[in-house]
Write a protein of this length. Sequence first.
Length: 325
Amino acid sequence: MKNLTAIFLFLLVYSCGNRHREDSKSSDMFFDINFEEALSNKKEISLAKAASNVEYIRLETTDSCLVRSVVRYFFTDSLIFISNRDHILKFSRDGRFLKKIGNPGRGPGEIDLIRIMSVLPDQRLIVVQKNVQRQLLSFYFARDRHHFKAMYNDTVYFEGGIKINPEYFLNMGKYRLPEELRPERLGPEQIQKFQDNSGRYYFATVHEASGKVFLGAHCYGKSPSRYVLFDKSDQKGTLLVNKEGDSKGFINDWDGGPDFWPIGSVNDDQVFMPVNVMAFKEMIKDNAAGASVKYPDKQKQLTEMASGMDISDNPVVMVVTMKSK
């Protein structure tokens, strides 16, 4: 049962001032996000229309802070932490490498594999959970409270004091994986049944910023992901598409950089997306001869930055401040 034992490692690693915390009580009513309905409401939305600011954080690259291909990012007001498999990388908000936290290994105080990690700025703590076979919950922080959903449960909950409260429901409709096809419920001789049907079903990842829910729907099979922007003010979901009808996120007419779909939130107004440098350089090159942009001077700066980067450099983190209604 060793692999099922949850071991928590609390690391006092940085200092930060107390932040003003607004009343976490919310008057929001429980609501549904209808995924099937949103798929029929296709729209191309430009980044210049949705955003009030775009910045690019070039993470410093040294032999001591190489970022792996599969990681998670955590932001505070002045710092960026990266869960880097068996250790944590600490960067300043402008991308300077500051510190490596944790030692790889299986001994006391060492980390063999980070499964779940949380940053608690007010407590000046990082919490690491390791030696868990499967991560069953996904979390995000918005409006001064934690939200979470189980892997197969499409209800998103939030913690409110001593209570766990339902906040909204992801109605995936016919795209929801049936219980009888969950791979962990199938024996070895039945797993082909899941594989044969996996292209029909999607699982959802969500987070919030500026009164909007960003819903990424990812196929269990090989079908492309779909990106839905749900506006909480008018309770409408929109499938973001490009001119070819592919769902790629926000079209970058801001500075000709990468088209944008956030993977997480920095705070209640900002969302982010890391970009591999090779892809970053290619997207800027491809967009250089494309449609006009709102800020040609920023496009020039971005092109110059990309030309000075090596494809082996750490990712560029794109941070977008969303407009609020």
